[in-house]
Design a protein around this ligand. Structure first.
Ligand SMILES: NC(=O)c1ccc[n+]([C@@H]2O[C@H](COP(=O)([O-])OP(=O)(O)OC[C@H]3O[C@@H](n4cnc5c(N)ncnc54)[C@H](OP(=O)(O)O)[C@@H]3O)[C@@H](O)[C@H]2O)c1
Length: 316
């Protein structure tokens, strides 16, 4: 069966990549924020009832982690209440829901990769609202796939990769946090993994049954782990060899030369953000691999692929 798909967040990092890939799976209806405002419960309900999707893919979220600390009402509405309504409406019409969550549902006190069964304990507002969204989806009774991902970046949008490239054209010295460990994950790889999983499910005649068999929460991040500091060094290594013809790279640097020569490691407390972030938030992907036979490339390979501009050809 070719499912009718309602996709939210099509202009976001992950949503943009999904919007390119999901039409191969089925008919995609992808309203932007103006057509479907997740702050308006009625708008969400009306859209789901009008579109009558077989599948909802919610790639929209309030992702500004620092801003969420002082904008709790909006962060909660978009990250917790909107997924709850999407899941409730999905349940009513027998649709399935794909939803994304975050490594920030954990407090970072572990020293080995977090499993899906590990206790959650978010330490910032963003993490708390995302966890509330997860719980609403899990408790809705709708068939769902919740993919927890981490440290997402892309060659467009607002993210660490593009920020570092911009800063590297402005400063000779960059001070970067070296005591937070995670797995930088490229949006194109998240979308490719999602599309592959959905293709497997909807490639069967009994797709509703197939979905119910795998319904649950999964970690979906790049393999391996690193710090923001080492990620920065890797970005600048790639950037040093980047082709001038790489359009996103030219846009990120405005065609200016890279000035950054000294990358100085600092602690999170020296950086001085008032938002708490987990010191360690590596996620074990073994459940994803065991269930779907998918392993995302390691973070360094994903970064290289961005600089090779092969995001259309992600192969898992
Ligand atoms: N970014 C990360 O580092 C990170 C880390 C872990 C997990 N995640 C999760 O991964 C998923 C995808 O994140 P992402 O980085 O792709 O997000 P993103 O680039 O910040 O995009 C978020 C999308 O949500 C849309 N949106 C925000 N408020 C909305 C509203 N009121 N109504 C309708 N749409 C709204 C935005 O619309 P506009 O384009 O109009 O602004 C945008 O398209 C999210 O669930 C996120 O929590 C992200």
């Amino acid at each position: 069966m070719k499912p009718r798909i309602l996709l939210t967040g099509k202009n976001g990092q992950v949503g943009f990549e999904l919007h390119r890939l999901l039409p191969a799976l089925g008919q995609v209806v992808a309203p932007d924020r103006h057509a479907l405002d997740l702050l308006a419960a009625n708008s969400i309900r009306r859209t789901v009832r009008d579109v009558r999707p077989h599948l909802i893919v919610n790639a929209a979220a309030y992702t500004a982690v620092d801003a969420a600390e002082t904008d709790q009402v909006n962060a909660h509405a978009i990250n917790a209440e909107a997924p709850a309504i999407l899941a409730e409406e999905a349940k009513k019409i027998g649709a399935a829901l794909v939803h994304y969550s975050t490594d920030y549902v954990f407090d970072g006190s572990k020293k080995t990769p977090y499993e899906e069964t590990d206790p959650t304990n978010p330490i910032n507002v963003y993490g708390k609202t995302k966890f509330a969204g997860e719980e609403a989806v899990r408790n809705s009774g709708a068939c769902h796939l919740i993919f927890r991902t981490a440290w997402v970046y892309a060659t467009r949008g607002r993210n660490f990769l593009l920020t570092i490239l911009r800063l590297a054209t402005e400063r000779e010295e960059l001070k970067i946090v070296c005591d937070q460990i995670g797995a930088p994950t490229c949006a194109a790889d998240i979308a490719a993994a999602t599309a592959k999983i959905l293709t497997n499910i909807y490639g069967r005649n009994d797709d509703a049954y197939a979905f119910s068999k795998v319904s649950g929460t999964y970690h979906m991040t790049a393999a391996g782990e690193t710090t923001w500091y080492d990620f920065t060094k890797a970005i600048l290594e790639e950037a040093a060899h980047a082709s001038k013809d790489l359009s996103w790279f030219a846009a990120a640097t405005h065609g200016r030369p890279l000035l950054a020569r000294r990358i100085v490691p600092i602690t999170a407390s020296e950086y001085g953000s008032r938002t708490l972030r987990p010191a360690y938030s590596v996620l074990s992907n073994s459940r994803l691999t065991q269930t779907f036979g998918i392993t995302l490339p390691d973070w360094r390979t994903q970064l290289q692929q961005c600089f090779a501009e092969r995001s259309f050809e992600r192969v898992l």
